[in-house]
Design a protein around this ligand. Structure first.
Ligand SMILES: Cc1cc2nc3c(=O)[nH]c(=O)nc-3n(C[C@H](O)[C@H](O)[C@H](O)COP(=O)(O)O)c2cc1C
Length: 223
């Protein structure tokens, strides 16, 4: 499965099997995390076989076997959230290509445990966790806005790469499924913005990642 295919297959999964992540799969995840950490200058960290990520209130009822997660952290800098959104999106989709399922949680997780178990430096901010494992089901497609709701191409008929990029962005996870982004195109220039909100920086990074995969990075430049 390619990353592009993974965009179509990925949905939030909250109920997992007991199956642990095998060592060779964890190794591949850790290598991907290391490369992203270096490239983006962030600190993401995989924690396996630990069920303390979610607060008890969240664990009860809708979740099962939440035993592995990736902690999303980095230095307190203005673009931290966008970088973690971008890197986190890559990890969710890479995990999908390895046959895993995921669930991004920025609201209700146990930050203290995430810091402790993820080995996160005290000065770093933690912006969420991505729960990861073998889902009991593949999840379901989210309710989505339309291409016209979220995008505008000025001056001519939108090229194929632009439509494809917007289509990929519409499949991305966003906090509360807000999909509050706007994608504007003109010739080979693209501008992506996200309406202000609690997790808008993370969401913007996620949307940019998805747009780039769908549109092809060689087809456009950011304005
Ligand atoms: C930045 C961010 C924060 C999120 N925080 C939570 C959360 O705190 N609790 C939760 O249950 N889901 C959370 N989600 C999952 C979204 O609700 C989910 O991605 C969205 O409804 C779209 O569904 P999909 O992932 O199946 O496409 C979060 C997603 C993102 C991108």
């Amino acid at each position: 499965m390619t990353i592009d295919e993974a965009i179509r297959e990925r949905h939030t999964v909250r109920v997992y099997k007991k199956t642990p992540i095998p060592a060779d799969v964890a190794k591949q995840l850790n290598e991907r995390i290391k490369a992203l950490n270096e490239g983006l200058d962030v600190f993401m960290s995989l924690v396996t076989n630990d069920s303390s990520a979610l607060n008890a209130a969240v664990r009860i009822g809708i979740t099962k076997n939440v035993n592995n997660y990736i902690v999303l952290s980095g230095k307190n800098e203005p673009d931290l959230e966008e970088k973690l959104g971008y890197g986190g999106a890559d990890l969710m989709l890479f995990a999908q290509t390895l046959g895993l399922n995921t669930w991004w949680v920025s609201g209700t997780f146990n930050k203290g445990k995430a810091r402790e178990n993820g080995g996160i430096p005290g000065s770093n901010l933690i912006k969420g966790i991505i729960i990861i494992g073998y889902g009991e089901n593949p999840g379901v497609a989210h309710k989505s806005k339309s291409i016209d709701d979220v995008s505008k191409y000025i001056g001519s008929t939108p090229p194929f790469w632009f439509i494809r990029g917007v289509g990929s962005a519409l499949l991305a996870p966003t906090a509360l499924n807000r999909q509050a982004f706007k994608i504007e195109g003109h010739e080979n220039k693209v501008k992506i913005t996200y309406a202000k909100g609690m997790y808008s920086g993370l969401d913007l990074g996620i949307i940019k990642y998805h747009f780039e995969v769908g549109a092809g990075r060689e087809n456009f430049i950011y304005e």
